[in-house]
Structure formats: structure tokens, C-alpha cells
Write a new protein. Structure first.
Length: 76
């Protein structure tokens, strides 16, 4: 849990240059809904969604059971 918290803090520092706090929180909230992501998949997903907020909108529209398959199609 400590590593995840440190990763979040680092990501927030990186994203502060591109996204505001609301955007960062929306990305993190959406990624939290995706079941069974390992740490690498989680990090890639956060980066991908934060780089392309249109993809974040797509992810919001998908049912939870489809989110992981959609993400893995792009980050693998």
C-alpha cells in the first residue's frame, strides 16, 4: 500500500504540469474501477488515460466487465 501511495504521489507531481487535480482524481477513480490490474498495467493505464482525456470519456461509458479488455488492447 505504501508503494502505491508513493506511486500516486509521483504521478500527481508529473501530472500537475498537464492536468489539474480534478482531472487527476477522475483518472484515478476510473482506473480504480478496473478489476485485477497488476501494478504495471495500473501505471500504464493511468498514464494512457491522463495523456488522452477523450479515452477517459470512453472508459466512463464502458461497463465494468469490459474496461480491462479495452485497456489491455491499448497498453499491451
Amino acid at each position: 500500500m505504501k508503494k502505491v501511495a508513493e506511486s500516486l504521489k509521483q504521478l500527481q507531481q508529473i501530472f500537475n504540469n498537464k492536468l489539474d487535480e480534478k482531472d487527476i482524481q477522475e483518472v484515478l477513480d476510473e482506473v480504480a474501477l478496473i478489476p485485477n490490474l497488476d501494478q504495471q498495467q495500473w501505471a500504464k493505464t493511468v498514464k494512457w488515460l491522463s495523456d488522452d482525456l477523450e479515452q477517459l470519456a470512453v472508459m466512463r461509458g464502458l461497463p465494468i466487465q469490459k474496461k480491462k479488455a479495452y485497456i489491455l488492447a491499448f497498453i499491451s
